[in-house]
Ligand binder design. Structure first.
Ligand code: GLC
Length: 425
């Protein structure tokens, strides 16, 4: 038996967050029309005048916030984080500080407010992603990840760009987001790259964003809010750490200390809607990613990139359906759970919620499962999906000492990942 890591308390209200375990990320902006990655402006070095066509044609006429919120709730997600502004600089809400916003596109309205209301109505908590990077704002100095980085006059153009004015713009916008939409549970900033250097242009970090002032304002406006770790401040200033598109295999640590963490992942690789991407994850991968995260004490923030019509496309709905079907029967092995104090059998992951232990079986063994360290510790065992008893057997020949032996059906139950629920004594 091992002790469960305990992160040091942070300023944010972490209780609901660690209970929730599963959230929906939404990346939605005018890049949905290009439909070939949310970094398309950067990747193809598209000038503003050309990129403008996506703004001029942005008309999500089929957008149905209630349907998105229902899909998230049915998938077992307990919170959502939406791109209020991504790197392209386009704002989903009716900001007083820019014209580059949804109400000025053909859709003609604030897209953020109805989403916030719909998700709240389904009982989900609300998180705002806000891009520190802005490839549209005239005061954002061109740097190595800017779409104009190879412009022959980039250095010259930068002379009229004042990052201090840009930092003020960000504070103004974040103030709007945190005062006009009620209680906000998460502020998700993205991202800092101080070490990036390109053709004499430096990357950006805390001094450019004025991170200290920004963070102080956030915490003052929304006490208890959870703030992520991408402001380029010391680790202990943030509430959550956010490994991106990687699967941690143990509790995430920073400077040797366990932290609260959330891994963000995609269905297919990109975050924004990408029509021709064919790297969609399998049902097994989708469920295992969630289980792996919780078994290491973390959360999973799974992304959807809605289309320019304002829909979740069929592939995204199918992936959400995988979570819906599995979570309907297995959510109590996820929500409220964390890393277990016990050691998992081969090809299995454990999650635990007090005296309930959950064994997620990734490869179904033949007839018997041996659970290390659990002999005499279990009062009752069942398959979670149908509450059918699994009998506890006397140790088999060759059994590991101290292990509990369970009698399994020969065939794997009909679940992407079957779960055994153990009631500890
Ligand atoms: C990266 C990307 C971005 C995405 C984010 C999500 O930082 O720049 O496109 O929004 O990851 O974590």
């Amino acid at each position: 038996m091992a002790s469960i890591p305990q992160p040091a308390p942070t300023p944010g209200d972490m209780d609901w967050f660690v209970q929730s375990r599963f959230g929906m990320f939404i990346h939605w902006g005018t890049y949905a029309l290009a439909a070939r990655h949310e970094w398309v402006k950067n990747r193809e070095e598209i000038p503003d005048e050309v990129y403008r066509k996506y703004f001029d044609h942005f008309d999500p006429d089929l957008s149905d916030p209630a349907a998105w919120a229902r899909a998230a709730r049915e998938a077992g997600m307990k919170y959502f984080v939406i791109t209020t502004k991504h790197h392209e600089g386009f704002c989903l809400w009716d900001s007083d500080y820019t014209d580059y916003k949804a109400p000025n596109t053909p859709c003609g309205k604030d897209l953020l407010r109805p989403l916030v209301e719909a998700f709240r109505a389904e009982g989900l908590r609300v998180g705002f992603y806000y891009s520190l990077i802005d490839w549209h704002h005239p005061d954002f100095p061109i740097d190595g990840i800017h779409s104009r980085r190879n412009h022959p006059d980039a250095l010259e153009l930068n002379k009229s760009r004042d990052v201090r004015k840009y930092a003020e713009y960000m504070r103004n916008q974040v103030r709007e987001l945190l005062t006009k939409f009620g209680n906000i549970d998460i502020m998700w900033f993205d991202f800092s790259y101080p070490a990036n250097e390109y053709r004499g242009m430096r990357g950006k970090g805390r001094d450019d964003w004025q991170s200290e002032a920004l963070l102080a304002m956030v915490r003052e406006l929304q006490p208890g809010i959870i703030v992520n770790n991408r402001l380029d401040l010391p680790a202990e200033r943030s509430d959550i750490h956010t490994p991106e598109q990687v699967q941690p295999t143990g509790w995430v640590e920073v400077d040797g200390k366990p932290v609260f963490w959330e891994t963000c992942q995609t269905f297919s690789g990109s975050w924004g809607y990408y029509r021709d991407e064919y790297t969609w994850k399998s049902p097994e991968q989708l469920i295992r990613m969630l289980v792996n995260s919780v078994s290491c004490g973390g959360n999973l923030l799974m992304n959807v990139g809605p289309t320019g019509r304002g829909t979740f496309d069929a592939r995204a709905l199918a992936a959400l359906g995988v979570y819906r079907d599995w979570m309907r029967l297995h959510s109590r092995a996820i929500c409220g759970c964390t890393q277990s104090e016990f050691r998992a059998p081969p090809d299995c992951r454990l999650t635990q919620n007090g005296d309930r232990l959950y064994c997620h079986v990734f490869a179904w063994p033949f007839r018997h499962l041996q659970l290390p360290e659990l002999a005499d510790k279990v009062e009752y065992a069942q398959l979670l999906h149908d509450a059918s008893e699994l009998q506890i057997l006397p140790p088999k020949e060759g059994a590991v000492s101290g292990a509990l032996t369970l009698d399994l059906p020969v065939r794997q139950p009909d679940a992407v990942v079957p779960v055994i629920e153990l009631f500890l004594k």
